[in-house]
Design a protein around this ligand. Structure first.
Ligand SMILES: [Zn+2]
Length: 261
């Protein structure tokens, strides 16, 4: 009788332990946050910024396309980013625009050609993606639903109209308590912040972060390369540092896509 009782206690304890383990694998969400994302195949530049991210204890997400064409050294760079606590997401096999492709070939073919092979390649390389960013932010509800069977979250995008304040760009803010049920997060582009192309952007980004902090929301941004002169669309390391410093100053944690429930 006593042995049975002890066994019962033991099994209850182990059930409790495994349940606790499950809920503690992901760190609890903060009261507000900023999700910074970078797209395409700029891993050789991204990897140089690991010390900058470390300086501000910042973690971000990199969305990679054409994974099957990467050189071993580029995969090493991704692994270094991953080891530094950053998340690596999927950005499609060939960076195809989802809406056009689905209109022409259907959703099944889209999954077969553009999604599944990328997920498999990345997973086989030890970089299993939990998230997907739409190339050119081309998306719709039907494609979201299909992709959310594979990914926990997606990323679309929206632009800022001339004279619009970034804090008024409603889709880029999600209340922390609604993040779990928001499959597709919408970001806005911040390349060229603090250059003559977008001289006021840094102020707008910081203001949008203040807004998220005050309202208990998560704000989502995207950029591409991190460099002073490209190649391609880019955010300068100096502008990135100002964004990270501001986040630290107002105590707004950075979150990766892998941190999101
Ligand atoms: Zn892209």
């Amino acid at each position: 009788m006593r042995i049975t009782f002890l066994l019962l206690c033991f099994s209850l304890l182990s059930v409790h332990a495994s349940a606790t383990e499950k809920t503690t694998t992901r760190k609890p969400l903060p009261s507000a946050g900023v999700v910074l994302t970078f797209d395409d195949r700029n891993m050789n530049q991204w990897v140089k910024q690991i010390p900058l991210f470390q300086k501000y204890d910042a973690k971000v997400t990199f969305f990679v396309d054409h994974f099957h064409t990467l050189k071993p050294q580029q995969i090493v760079a991704l692994k270094q980013l991953q080891a530094a606590g950053h998340a690596i997401g999927c950005h499609g096999v060939k960076h195809r625009k989802a809406v056009d492709f689905v209109r022409e070939h259907g959703i099944e073919r889209y999954l077969q050609d553009e999604i599944n092979p990328a997920v498999k390649r990345m997973t086989d390389a030890g970089i299993k993606p939990t998230a997907f960013a739409y190339p050119s932010s081309s998306r719709n509800e039907e494609i979201d639903q299909a992709l959310l069977k594979t990914f926990r979250h997606l990323r679309g995008g929206t632009g800022l109209a001339p004279n619009q304040r970034m804090r008024d760009l409603k889709p880029i803010f999600v209340p922390v308590d609604q993040i779990q049920q928001t499959g597709c997060l919408i970001g806005t582009g911040i390349d060229y912040a603090d250059t003559e192309k977008r001289p006021h952007y840094l102020t707008e980004v910081k203001d949008a972060m203040d807004h998220a902090k005050q309202r208990g929301e998560i704000v989502i941004f995207y950029a591409h390369n991190i460099s002073d002169n490209g190649p391609g669309h880019h955010l300068s390391p100096k502008a990135l540092e100002e964004i990270l410093a501001h986040a630290q100053q107002i105590n707004l944690p950075t979150l990766t896509y892998d941190d999101l429930p």
